[in-house]
Design a protein around this ligand. Structure first.
Ligand code: PMP
Length: 425
């Protein structure tokens, strides 16, 4: 159903799966928010270079030079994709989780952190890993205006030391867009900095770091059609340059020498390499850069318009099922990316998701989506003891303690979304 020549064509649409009811069907991957399929373009780019892999930054040979060039050119491509300012650094990491933990480790001593309780655990939890940070958890707002007001109120009482606000651009549960520019303005007006968790935003909308006026952006390759194990933290260089290296080792150090007293003196790099010790994931990084180039060339207008149609199909279809309740923080009509969560009255969400898979060949996600406080607010319930991101045990027919999430993006055929709506009905 997907034209392979389309600029944002994805892989995996040829997978067929058996149904418990007999026969087989093409797999409908509707779990892009967890991991999106690879763009064909990314796969082709990786395939072209993977055979010619060499050690980055460490070899005089041709293949080392080639890999080093790919790695450093990728940094420039990612910087261009994000609209980075001249002094911004692009640090390559493993994922959004890794990027935010890196930033947490790089905070100046005693930084005050402000974070909404509605965040994904990756942006909610890293800050308290530092014993010297003070974290203020902000209550779930019920509109974007309330989000800005809540932040303004919280920042009004802060002292003059370093402060950081962490906010997601698009929720991984509701898909709702957060007022990033306004939150950045509120943060900066009070001398705080802001990091944007763009894990769900970047695959669906242009992210321009300078225009949004955020200090850092974090995202993951595997949600941006580049599933090869790399992520990005991009933004202000000063805190990163002054911080203790995230990983200590080769590549991060410029000069290491024994001291007369027997110890070791280390001069660390002040570039992004300071936090990238060890042999980097060149292929993962190159895949991200390839996805960034593909998205930039195709532009987001078509993607956004198409997603809007698919969101409308899902919303209209689900609205015809009285037992379905869509989960929204800012209202069902609030602008969102192609990520929607819901519960079905009288159904255990895990059983429902399992049935979508077994009977219709549809892959969605069920659970609490690593955002327990948010899902608790949305469901108005206390999630059970279901583990970090998993599904609680609830008997069929009991009130849902978790939710079902459907998500899509580039390359999603109409048929997948139509089949999903039919199946729910
Ligand atoms: N933030 C958000 C909003 C996410 O949706 C996710 C992934 N579900 C993450 C952070 C963490 O991303 P990763 O697992 O790639 O580190």
């Amino acid at each position: 159903a997907v034209e392979t020549s389309a600029p944002l064509a994805v892989l995996g649409s040829d997978v067929t799966v058996p149904l418990v009811t007999g026969g087989e069907v093409t797999y409908a991957a509707l779990d892009y928010a967890a991991s999106a399929p690879a763009l064909r373009r990314v796969w082709d780019d990786v395939a072209a270079y993977a055979p010619y892999y060499g050690s980055v930054h460490r070899g005089a040979g041709y293949l080392s030079q080639l890999s080093t060039d790919l790695f450093e050119t990728s940094r420039k491509d990612v910087a261009a994709f994000l609209g980075c300012r001249e002094d911004d650094q692009v640090v390559f990491t493993r994922s959004t989780t890794d990027s935010l933990n890196l930033l947490a480790a790089a905070l100046p001593t005693g930084t005050e952190v402000f974070v909404f309780e509605t965040e994904h655990h990756a942006s909610l939890l890293p800050w308290e890993q530092r014993e010297d940070t003070r974290v203020t958890y902000l209550s779930a707002p019920r509109s974007s205006r309330e989000a800005v007001e809540t932040l303004e109120k919280a920042l009004a009482g802060r002292d003059g030391g370093p402060a950081l606000v962490c906010v997601t651009g698009a929720s991984n549960v509701t898909g709702e867009l957060w007022p990033v520019r306004e939150l950045a303005a509120a943060a900066h007006a009070r001398g705080a900095r802001i990091v944007l968790d763009a894990a769900q935003l970047a695959p669906h909308h242009p992210v321009d770091i300078a225009e949004a006026d955020v200090d850092w952006v974090a995202f993951s390759g595997h949600k941006l059609y580049a599933p090869f194990g790399a992520g990005v933290l991009a933004g202000r260089a000063d805190w990163l340059r002054e911080a203790r290296p995230y990983l200590a080792g080769g590549g991060a150090s410029r000069k290491v020498a024994r001291r007369d007293d027997g110890g070791v003196d280390v001069e660390w790099h002040t570039t992004a390499a300071r936090h990238e010790a060890g042999s980097p994931n060149v292929i993962g990084v190159y895949a991200i850069a390839s996805a960034c180039r593909a998205l930039s060339e195709a532009g987001f207008d078509g993607l956004v318009a198409r997603e809007r149609q698919l969101i409308a199909t899902v919303r209209e279809g689900l609205a015809e099922v009285p037992e379905v309740r869509l989960l929204s923080l800012f209202g069902d009509d609030a602008p969102r990316v192609g990520v929607l969560s819901f519960v079905v009255e009288g159904w255990n969400s895990s059983h429902f998701a399992a049935a979508l898979s077994a009977e219709y060949g549809i892959g969605v996600r069920d659970g609490l989506f690593c955002a327990h406080p948010l899902v608790r607010t949305l469901l108005g319930s206390e999630p059970g003891d279901q583990g970090e991101c998993g599904a609680p045990e609830a008997a069929p027919g009991e009130r849902s303690l978790n939710a079902i999430r459907v998500s899509f993006g580039a390359g999603t055929p109409d048929e997948h979304v139509e089949r999903f709506v039919r199946a729910v009905k």
